[in-house]
Design a protein. Structure first.
Lengths: 257, 338
């Protein structure tokens, strides 16, 4: 106990996640090109960039769905780029998918219970009843308590987005990777999800958010990372990054003189 | 049916109903015990023909139930289960004929070989999905028959003749006990973390992995469980008919039958495969005694009708009819545009 206390005191800003020169090639395409960044515990990092910039690929490299062609990924001081996805889940990395991956034939509640049964540490709950209890709490948190008994494939798009979030939350992650959980939601729904992510951070969880909804990302992110053609073109405080020429250029094209 | 805790309401794939607590209702347990007792009493009450029919039907039900673990729960349509059956049969055959060991040792030997084979094979082919997995396992069955035909110890392609034991009652009870054990295992599966992991794999493998399910290990274990029960069924069958050769031991059509039976009854449910196996065995038996020549044709019609009217099996049909009335069947026909 004194050990961990002194360790955290010695390096208060030790990053939770550090990505070093990560590169991922698909045949001829370099989807992620030599990208490095770090994420502190308790930080919300926004990840933006035009379509095809490599955002989802980068998240997949961290979650273990894809292996990097080269580079290192360090989580809590430990290299994880060689670990399969389920081991990373046990370490405390939870993600949502942009193209949702629900368990269609299961109830919404059981979809989320999978996270409680298998997530961080190999699952915080071993009994089905307990896992469902925990799943219910996660569903309530994202405002889906009423749909717990429905089959997941009966949900509409917005419901599935929230389900993805609840599934990841039930894993009790230390790092939550959100891949466009707000796309296609109404204004009100976006604000609700923003609230949820704030609550998540308040519990000490670091969050990486990919998002196109710019007002959401602005109000959420402590820091912003911008990808363009697989390369990192900006990394810094949100307002600063959004004002930078490189970012405006990437989104809108070159400013005429 | 040796129906153990049949907690349909608790099985994860029945979200229509409110989530029941983990314990199945008492009346189901009572019903299960009554049915089991009735089946166990058959050798005292029924004719020899019925007992012989029973042995076959019960062993097929074991095979369907074993297939249910890998095919119904994990969602991997295996055509390799008849290999496990064959290995179990040869385990008994070789142990008893070549080494003069007792039947029980042969059973254990066959089951052990099948489990080791399933784990080895599984590690390689369970990376394949969908059709590719089916084709790969299909190939294994062919190869295995060819290999065994050339092994002196296994009697090459002539086969082995086992010492006869004319005690159908014993075989019947063995088959029934095995079915009970397989079904209890599946019932445990539906309430366990392991079974939940298998279902998650079936529903979305990548999603399961990202949520922490060790997919490779889970699939291999499911394959091994299927192999274990299939091999025991093969061993009992071999000793009962006292003869085996590569062709009958590694018969692909047996694998097709177990799939049809499991799917007919309801894959991914505790009782579906048993109901499917027993009812289809009975239908097939009736047809072949009533209309001998074209029995196969009628059997085909029954299967096609079942697939069209209740594509998710009998178990789902029973629930569907309770929920939507007879319109359930019309719904299925419409849903699949047939």
């Amino acid at each position: 106990m004194s050990d961990s206390a002194s360790a955290s005191a010695a390096s208060p800003a030790a990053p939770l996640l550090e990505v070093r020169s990560a590169t991922r090639r698909f045949a001829g395409l370099v989807a992620v090109d030599d990208v490095s960044f770090s994420l502190a515990p308790n930080e919300i990092l926004g990840l933006i960039g035009p379509n095809g910039a490599g955002k989802t690929t980068l998240v997949s490299l961290v979650s273990g769905t894809l292996a990097p062609t080269s580079g290192e990924i360090v989580f809590e001081g430990r290299r994880i780029e060689g670990l399969p996805a389920f081991r990373r889940a046990h370490l405390g990395i939870g993600r949502t998918f942009q193209i949702m991956r629900p368990f269609p034939g299961l109830s919404v509640l059981d979809n989320v219970a999978v996270g409680a049964l298998f997530g961080r540490g190999g699952g915080t709950r071993t009994g089905l009843a307990q896992a469902r209890e925990e799943a219910r709490a996660c569903l309530d948190q994202v405002g889906m308590g009423a749909q717990a008994g429905q089959r997941a494939d009966q949900l509409g798009g917005p419901g599935r987005k929230r389900l993805e979030l609840a599934k990841a939350l039930a894993m009790q992650p230390k790092l939550l990777l959100c891949d466009e959980v707000m796309a296609g939601l109404t204004h009100v729904e976006v604000d609700e999800v923003v609230d949820v992510i704030r609550q998540v951070r308040a519990r000490g969880i670091a969050v990486l958010v990919i998002e196109h909804v710019i007002h959401a990302i602005k109000s959420l992110s402590d820091r912003l990372l911008v990808l363009h053609h697989g390369e990192k073109i900006a990394d810094g405080p949100t307002d600063e990054v959004l004002r930078s020429d490189a970012v405006i250029e990437a989104y809108l094209g070159k400013r005429r003189a | 049916m040796s129906a153990p805790p049949a907690q349909r309401a608790d099985a994860p794939q029945t979200p229509d109903k409110p989530q029941a607590p983990d314990k199945p209702p008492t009346w189901r347990r009572v019903a299960a015990i009554v049915v089991f007792a009735a089946l166990a009493a058959v050798p005292w009450l029924g004719s020899d023909v019925l007992v012989q029919f029973g042995i076959n039907a019960l062993l097929l039900a074991v095979l369907a139930q074993a297939w249910n673990v890998i095919g119904g729960y994990a969602g991997y349509a295996s055509f390799g289960n008849s290999v496990f059956y064959g290995l179990g049969a040869y385990g008994v055959g070789i142990a008893m004929v070549q080494w003069h060991l007792p039947f029980a040792v042969g059973l254990a030997l066959g089951a052990a070989i099948a489990v080791v084979f399933a784990l080895t094979l599984g590690w390689a082919v369970l990376r394949l999905r969908g059709h590719y997995f089916a084709i790969a396992t299909l190939g294994v069955a062919q190869v295995m028959a060819a290999i065994v035909s050339n092994v002196e110890l296994a009697g090459r392609n002539v086969g082995l003749v086992l010492p006869p034991l004319n005690d159908d009652r014993l075989f019947y009870w063995l088959a029934l006990a095995l079915l009970a054990a397989a079904t209890l295992s599946v019932a445990w599966l539906t309430r366990s973390r392991f079974g939940f992991g298998l279902i998650a794999i079936r529903e979305n493998e990548e999603g399961a992995a990202v949520m922490g399910v060790h997919t490779t290990l889970y699939k291999a274990l499911a394959f091994a469980i299927a192999a274990f029960f299939s091999a025991l069924a093969g061993g009992i069958h071999a000793y009962w008919i006292t003869f085996l050769d590569p062709e009958s031991a590694f018969d692909i059509s047996l694998n097709v039958r177990m799939i049809i039976m499991a799917v007919f009854g309801g894959p991914g449910t505790v009782l579906g495969p048993i109901v499917g196996a027993l009812s289809l065995s009975a239908i097939s038996e009736l047809l072949s005694s009533e209309v001998t020549n074209i029995a196969g044709l009628f059997f085909g019609v029954v299967v096609v009708a079942a697939v069209v009217l209740m594509p998710r099996g009998l178990a789902d049909a029973v629930r569907g009819v309770r929920l939507h009335g007879w319109g359930y069947f019309a719904r299925n026909v419409k849903a699949h545009r047939l």
